[in-house]
Design a protein around this ligand. Structure first.
Ligand SMILES: *Cc1c(COP(=O)(O)O)cnc(C)c1O
Length: 380
């Protein structure tokens, strides 16, 4: 069989013609027709608050920290098992990072370990919906209400996935916290190569958001002809992506339903092929929690040791298949190790050592998935 990479960006077919259209219309800087189309799509489909496209999820997180006015000494509670950007955004503003362990049954933040870490300096909780599996948002929002904290959902993996609350209401991930951030990096379900979005569900932040997004100016007011000239009003930066990227993203969004259907099929195929075997060998597959849907973002195994994981990676590589591990606990990273408060976070470390992600992309075939699962199984 041919080389099977870990990821292949999928093109729906209209990307280049929309990019061409943006170029032909002569509007290729930010906040034009395609940016509006994408933002409105999200607001309508997922009942998000106001959406701002950004150049990455990293940027969306950084924009959120400006909006929240994070200051040196503010404490932020976040999982150790996450991408560096979740942490960096707050570290850049001088916040103190309080890392939390993962759940035993899932790499996401252990919701029951958060409350003990809250102090009078705590300002924000950042749940990361790992693999599109929701954190228990009822628990997290209740803590936020009790201690008056702000919740920023890192929903980089979580497009088109939902949380089902105790009240039975199904809410899109990204619509629940005060803020949510998404990624359209090429490894995510929907992509513009690099790209992201900040969702603002708490309307008190809207005026400043528009200004921060426009480099600290009221240029958006000028566009709406509310003012005659635009001025420097606040901190800000260059967060808005070019229309070229928004046009590309729009072609993907128009096909979101199809992309999601195919990806969920892949996920189910992997699951079915592994289910009995995993049970027998006591290997953990992604958890199915009753309060969350799935979105076919990734498929992984949690093996019993790092050694076992390496053997499978090597074996797959011999067969021209690339499987990869994921995050390394941030509390133990070279940058943060000496700043960490010394608590051990064994589950985060276990996922760092034992979690293995298998190839996952739109054009992966059922035969290829069958082939991959057979190679993994023969390692045991
Ligand atoms: C991918 C990812 C990011 C960063 O996204 P970019 O768009 O590449 O900046 C942030 N958080 C998590 C959990 C991610 O997986």
């Amino acid at each position: 069989m041919d080389w099977i990479p870990f990821n292949k960006p999928y093109l729906t077919g209209n990307e280049l013609s929309y990019v061409q259209d943006a170029v032909r219309e002569g509007k290729i800087s930010s906040n034009g027709k395609y940016t509006q189309l994408c933002q409105n799509f999200f607001q309508k489909r997922y009942k998000f608050g106001k959406c701002f496209l950004t150049t990455s999820c990293t940027d969306a997180l950084e924009m959120a920290t400006l909006l929240i006015s994070i200051k040196p000494g503010d404490e932020v509670i976040l999982p150790s098992y996450t991408f560096v950007s979740t942490a960096n955004a707050f570290a850049l503003r001088g916040a103190k990072l309080i890392f939390v362990d993962s759940r035993k049954d899932h790499p996401g933040i252990d919701e029951d370990k958060i409350e003990d870490l809250i102090t009078n300096k705590t300002k924000v909780i950042v749940p990361v919906h790992y693999g599109g599996v929701a954190c228990d948002m009822d628990k997290i929002m209740a803590l936020a209400a009790k201690y008056q904290l702000i919740v920023v959902e890192d929903a980089a993996h979580a497009i088109d996935s939902f949380y089902i609350g105790k009240d039975g209401v199904k809410k899109a991930l990204g619509s629940i916290g005060h803020f949510a951030t998404f990624s359209f990096h090429e490894t995510k379900n929907i992509t513009s190569g690099e790209g992201g979005m900040l969702v603002i569900n708490d309307s008190q932040y809207l005026n400043r958001a528009e200004i921060i997004w426009e480099k600290g100016t009221n240029r958006s007011s000028l566009f709406r002809q509310e003012v005659k000239k635009y001025e420097w009003l606040d901190l800000g930066s260059s967060y808005a992506p070019s229309e070229i990227l928004a046009a590309f993203l729009w072609a993907q969004l128009e096909n979101l339903q199809d992309i999601q259907k195919v990806r969920l099929n892949h996920w189910n195929t992997y699951y079915e092929k592994f289910e009995n075997w995993a049970f027998e060998k006591k290997i953990n597959l992604p958890i199915q929690l009753q309060y969350t849907t799935r979105n076919g973002h990734m498929f992984y195994l949690v093996l019993k040791s790092e050694n076992q994981r390496q053997k499978i990676i090597d074996r797959l590589k011999e067969k021209n298949i690339l499987a990869v591990f994921h995050y390394l606990s941030l509390h133990k990273s070279p940058f943060f190790n000496s700043k960490h408060d010394g608590r051990i976070l064994p589950e985060a470390d276990r996922y760092s050592e034992n979690l293995l992600r298998l190839p996952f992309y739109y054009t992966l075939s059922k035969n290829e998935i069958q082939h991959i699962t057979e190679i993994v199984k023969t390692q045991f």
